[in-house]
Each structure stands twice: as structure tokens, then as C-alpha cells.
Design a protein around this ligand. Structure first.
Ligand code: FES
Length: 619
């Protein structure tokens, strides 16, 4: 039986005929609506909220509980829990609230020498005494105008050999496109000045793209967006699970990212008056799973022990092989990875931090769903990846949200609790940096004890000498747990209090213990003292926004590391990809880094669990 389903989205109404029994999340996904699904549709996150008018079956206790926790009881349902059973109307929230995406990073001074070059040449005409083939004459003209030796220059594309006879006879000059001695294109006239490149950091949540003029080395534009694959889960494991189900799903995951990349290229074209035909080089960084999805490689074995990717090498791919809409003579570079969980983004971040050339020992930490940690200097480097879980991205936190407008990102526990939201909008939830501030402040004020327990109101009253009434009033019970109100109902945009619950504190304890234990293990492996570490680089969006004092307070960073050693380096993966785009030497450097970094698999170490348990406590 077929039912009418109307979807209200961004001021418009779209009508569909849908088979009875169709899951609402599946239906919305198939029709390309963006629904937040951190748990990937497993029914545990409670974030796939939609408003439904018309008949759907009564909510189960579990669905009711999740909706109640989010303060969404009035007509709201969870898409993954429900199916079409009658004619209905669905009202979608603005899930695509503008995300605050960190695009800036630290770029080292780089000499401009992109891997791909264009050169205008005049090809000598043949005559009876100069009997060289068209192929030989193009190579000869090109090598005499460039630094490439005649013996190492090649032109072997059949397609090109078919097109050059007319080109070189009808045009006064032609422009050659070359990389690593291989001529990949010959264009009519002088197009030497039209050569652009794009560096892209594909994050699990966000994508940052940078358009550069490869003739001058100048940045032209930056564009960032959310990763469309996130509808299949906030973390890489949920997405791998989805692609494991069928080849069709794997292709879909690949198509989602390719489509997004082509849209970014289209945006650059429109906004900057350039043609995609003048883009010749793209350099990608991202975690190992994202790089596999980009190349449409099976990511299945990344998810299961012994965690083996298909490839970790730097890849050089023709754009047409990936259906990427840039000049077909161009090139797509995928940065190398170290292992299944130390990806191309970490290699790019190391390149950007320049710790690979440092005499001093440095620590690089990129905190996301996984925490990637690298310790070392120009002579040696150790790395590990810890499953911090998505708490720092707000996903497993009851009122957690990503870094979007309205997210509480800073909290100050003074005489009265004060908070700040992204975009200074009414609060809709708390993002990672806000959660760290909340826990640090609650610890400081004695609202949480060293085991992570939120104290009872009466206990707080008795034990706290510096009792502050504002905080007393915020201590409440929620679903049988102690909880602490950060934002009051009347001040929020969700018509509900925004709280930190006891369960949230436990989630954060797990996440911070994973990172802190990873750092301690690497220090032990390297046989150094924490005081030997002279610089701590915090990479990524979270590292950029986090209050470093709060990070020390909750024990995310070991107390032996001094505050002044910590530097936030923003989107280091993006900055590293840009360095690779602008210079082939940096691409070679990335390969050296890949080979230098020794990966430590924490699950294979007996003392990791001990360290992890120790790090659960607050000092
Ligand atoms: Fe529906 Fe998580 S509860 S996607």
C-alpha cells in the first residue's frame, strides 16, 4: 500500500508516494535529506529527531526516553524508530545549522614548486632534412624549455598522440602539461598562466578545501562544508559497517564524497570566475578510512583486528578514475597514511607542525572521535591512536552538539555561571570545548569529586566552604542521576534546561583517559621524561577551541607538561595538504614522514589498560 508523505524543509514542501512500512530514516536518506545520525541509525543517540503530523505508532519506552531527554516531546519522533503507516507530514529541523569549521592552520614557508607544471613551447616544424616524429619534436621542444632531461621525458598517452598532429601544425605555440617527466596534456595556445590547484582535508565530520593559483602560489579561496557521509554515522566504524553490507553501499559512500568534491569545485568556479578545466592538481588528506572511501577501496579490514588497510602509500591518480571534474591531464594526490588509525591527516599535520625537522622533542595531539598522538623529533617518531569516542564532538553527551551555531563553547565558573555560544545565539546544546570547560569548572567548585561523581545537593552544602548559591540551585536529579544545569530552559532555544549528567561525566572521563593514557604510553615507549617534551601541538577544531587550562584541569594533558609549551595549530591537516599542493618537495617529505613514524598498537600493550584506568580519575 502506498501513502502520501510530505516533507517540510527550509520553507518548501516536497511530496512523495511511499510504500507502507518504509523506515522514515531510510526514506529521508534516500531522498537526500540531511538528518543528524551520530549512531548511524542504531537507535541509541536520540538525535534523528523529526516532527511528524499524522499517524505513526505509539513511541516505545526507549524512544520516549530519548525524546524526553532532549526535551522534544511535542510531536517529535525519532526517524530511525518509525515507519510509514499512513499519510503523514514530516517537518525537518534545520540540521544543517552553519557549522563552525576551523580551516586555518599554520603553513610553513614553502618554495613554490608544484608537482604539475605548464609550459608554453614552440614545436619546430619538420622538413625533409629534419625527419623527427611529432612525439619526438614535442619532447625535444619541451625539454629544451624546461629542466627535465631529454632522456627522462615521456609522452606515451595514445589519446595525446592522436591529438597532437593537428595541434602542433595549426597553432603557433602549444602549452604542455607535465609531471615527473610525463607529458599528460598539450593545449593550444599559451595557457601557462591558467593553472590552479586545490588542497582538501576530508574530516569525518567536516571538509575544508583551499583553492590556490599554482603560478603565483597565492591562495584564492577557502570553502568548508559538512561531510555528507555523516548520515551513516558520526564515527568511521559505523560508516565502515554500512559499506560492508554491499558493494552498492560502498559505491554510495564513495559517490557521496565525490559528489561533494565536485560541488566544491563548482563553488570555486562560480565564486572566483575560474574554469574547472584550469584546475590541474588536487591534494587530499584525511584519516585512513576517509582516504579509502575517496578511492572506493574496501575499508572492511580497517575495522577488525589486526586492522589492515588496503594501502598506506601515497597515491597518484588520474582525475577521471575518480570522476573528479578537473582537467583530465591533471593529477589527484592522496597523502600517505601510517596505519589504519594514523592517517594521511596526521602525516599532513606533522608536516605542518614541522616537528619532523625539529631538534627538540614535540608532542602532536589531534583530538576527534579518535585521538591521534605523535611524539618525536627529526630523528624518531612514535604514534598511537586512541578510541576517545565521540564525546569531544558532543555525540554521546545528552545535550551534546557539534561546533554549530548556538552550541555552548565556553563556560566560566565565577561568582555566577556564565557561558558563551557560537554565533552568540540562544543555546541549543554543548559542544566539545564547552563540555571540557563544564567538567573543569564543576571539579574546581567541588560539584564533581576526584572519582568523577557529581555530588548530591546536601553533600555540596555540607562540604563546600565556598558555597555558591547559584551552583546549589543548579544541582538536580534527572532520570535517577545527579545532573548540573548549565543553561536554564528560559535562556535556551530548545525549551528545556541544558544539563551535564552523571553519564556525560563518565563519557568524558573515558575520552580523556584514552588520550592521557596514549600520551603516557608514547612517553614510556620513547624512554623519555615528560619534561623532555618542549612543544605540544594541539591540532584540529577541538584543539583550536579548547581552553588549555581546562584541558590541564581535567587531566586531558598530563600536568607535567607546562601551559606555555602548548600551541594550537588549527587545521594542521589542511595546512599540510596545502604544503603538498604547493611543493613536490613537501610531498617527498610526507613520504619520509610516513616511513619514519613508528606506529604503536595500544591494544597490543598490557600496560595500556593500567594507564587508562589510572587516568580515569581526576587529580
Ligand atoms: Fe536514530 Fe541515532 S537514534 S540515528
Amino acid at each position: 500500500m502506498i501513502h502520501s508523505v510530505k516533507v517540510h524543509h527550509q520553507g518548501k514542501v516536497y511530496a512523495y508516494q511511499v510504500e507502507r512500512g518504509k523506515n522514515l530514516l531510510e526514506f529521508l536518506r534516500e531522498n537526500l535529506y540531511d538528518v543528524t545520525t551520530p549512531c548511524g541509525g542504531k537507535g541509541t543517540c536520540g538525535k534523528c529527531r523529526i516532527k511528524v503530523e499524522g499517524y505513526v505508532k505509539e513511541a516505545s519506552e526507549k524512544e520516549k526516553k530519548l525524546l524526553k531527554a532532549a526535551g522534544k516531546t511535542n510531536g517529535y519522533r525519532l526517524a530511525c524508530y518509525n515507519v510509514v503507516e499512513d499519510d503523514i507530514e514530516i517537518f525537518l529541523e534545520d540540521f544543517n545549522r552553519e557549522a563552525s569549521i576551523v580551516t586555518e592552520g599554520v603553513e610553513n614557508k614553502t618554495e613554490l614548486s608544484p608537482l604539475i607544471v605548464k609550459k608554453n613551447i614552440k614545436v619546430k616544424s619538420p622538413d625533409l632534412s629534419y625527419q623527427k616524429s611529432d612525439q619526438e619534436r614535442v619532447i625535444e621542444a619541451y625539454t629544451s624549455a624546461s629542466e627535465i632531461a631529454l632522456s627522462s621525458c615521456r609522452l606515451d598517452s595514445l589519446e595525446l598522440l592522436r591529438s597532437i598532429p593537428e595541434l602542433i601544425r595549426t597553432e603557433d605555440s602549444v602549452t604542455v602539461i607535465e609531471h615527473e617527466g610525463q607529458i599528460t596534456g598539450v593545449e593550444k595556445g599559451n595557457t601557462e598562466n591558467r593553472i590552479y590547484g586545490i588542497a582538501i582535508d576530508i574530516g569525518t565530520t567536516t571538509i575544508a578545501a583551499y583553492l590556490y593559483d599554482l603560478k603565483t602560489g597565492n591562495r584564492i579561496s577557502v570553502h568548508s562544508t559538512l561531510n555528507p557521509q555523516r548520515k551513516y554515522g558520526a564515527d568511521v566504524l559505523s560508516r565502515i559497517e554500512y559499506t560492508n553490507n554491499s558493494e552498492e553501499n560502498q559505491n554510495e559512500m564513495h559517490d557521496l564524497i565525490i559528489d561533494c568534491i565536485n560541488k566544491i569545485i563548482g563553488t570555486f568556479e562560480r565564486n572566483n570566475g575560474i574554469s574547472s578545466e584550469d584546475i590541474y592538481l588536487m591534494v587530499f588528506a584525511g584519516n585512513t578510512t576517509m582516504m579509502h572511501f575517496l578511492m572506493n577501496l574496501q575499508a572492511k579490514y580497517i575495522a577488525v583486528s589486526p586492522f589492515i588497510p588496503v594501502t598506506t602509500k601515497m597515491q597518484k591518480i588520474k582525475p577521471a578514475e575518480l570522476n573528479i571534474n578537473i582537467n583530465r591531464s591533471g593529477l589527484v594526490i592522496v597523502f600517505p597514511c601510517v596505519s589504519a588509525y594514523i592517517g594521511a591527516d596526521t602525516v599532513a599535520a606533522i608536516l605542518s607542525s614541522n616537528m619532523n625537522n625539529s631538534d627538540e622533542t614535540c608532542l602532536l595531539i589531534d583530538i576527534g572521535t579518535n585521538g591521534e598522538i605523535v611524539l618525536g623529533n627529526k630523528d624518531w617518531m612514535y604514534s598511537c591512536s586512541t578510541a576517545a569516542g565521540p564525546a569531544f564532538e558532543g555525540a554521546n553527551i545528552q545535550y551534546g552538539v557539534g561546533g554549530i551555531k548556538g552550541a555552548i563553547d565556553k563556560i566560566n565558573f565565577a561568582e555566577k555561571l556564565e557561558y558563551h555560544t557560537i554565533g552568540s545565539e540562544k543555546a541549543i546544546g554543548i559542544c566539545g570545548s564547552g563540555i571540557v570547560d563544564a567538567i573543569a569548572g564543576m571539579l574546581d567548585k567541588g560539584i564533581i569529586d576526584e572519582t568523577g561523581r557529581i555530588v548530591d545537593k546536601s553533600e555540596y552544602e555540607q562540604e563546600n566552604h565556598t558555597l555558591i548559591n547559584d551552583y546549589m540551585d543548579r544541582l538536580v536529579r534527572l532520570d535517577g542521576m545527579n545532573a548540573f544545569i548549565i543553561a536554564r530552559k528560559e535562556d535556551t532555544a530548545i525549551n528545556n534546561d541544558i544539563l551535564i549528567t552523571q553519564k556525560d561525566v563518565r563519557e568524558l572521563q573515558n575520552a580523556k583517559a584514552a588520550i592521557a593514557a596514549g600520551i603516557k604510553i608514547l612517553i614510556k615507549q620513547a624512554g623519555i621524561n615528560p619534561s623532555d617534551i618542549k612543544k605540544v601541538y594541539l591540532a584540529g577544531g577541538f584543539g583550536n577551541y579548547i581552553n588549555i587550562n581546562s584541558a590541564f584541569k581535567i587531566g586531558l594533558l598530563p600536568s607535567e607538561l607546562a601551559f606555555e609549551k602548548v600551541v594550537s595549530i588549527g587545521n594542521a591537516a589542511g595546512a599540510g595538504a596545502i604544503q603538498g599542493l604547493l611543493s613536490k618537495h613537501n610531498l617527498s617529505e610526507a613520504e619520509l614522514i610516513k616511513n619514519k613514524v613508528k606506529y604503536i598498537e595500544l591494544s597490543a600493550l598490557a600496560d595500556f589498560v593500567d594507564e587508562y584506568v589510572n587516568c580515569m580519575f581526576f587529580e
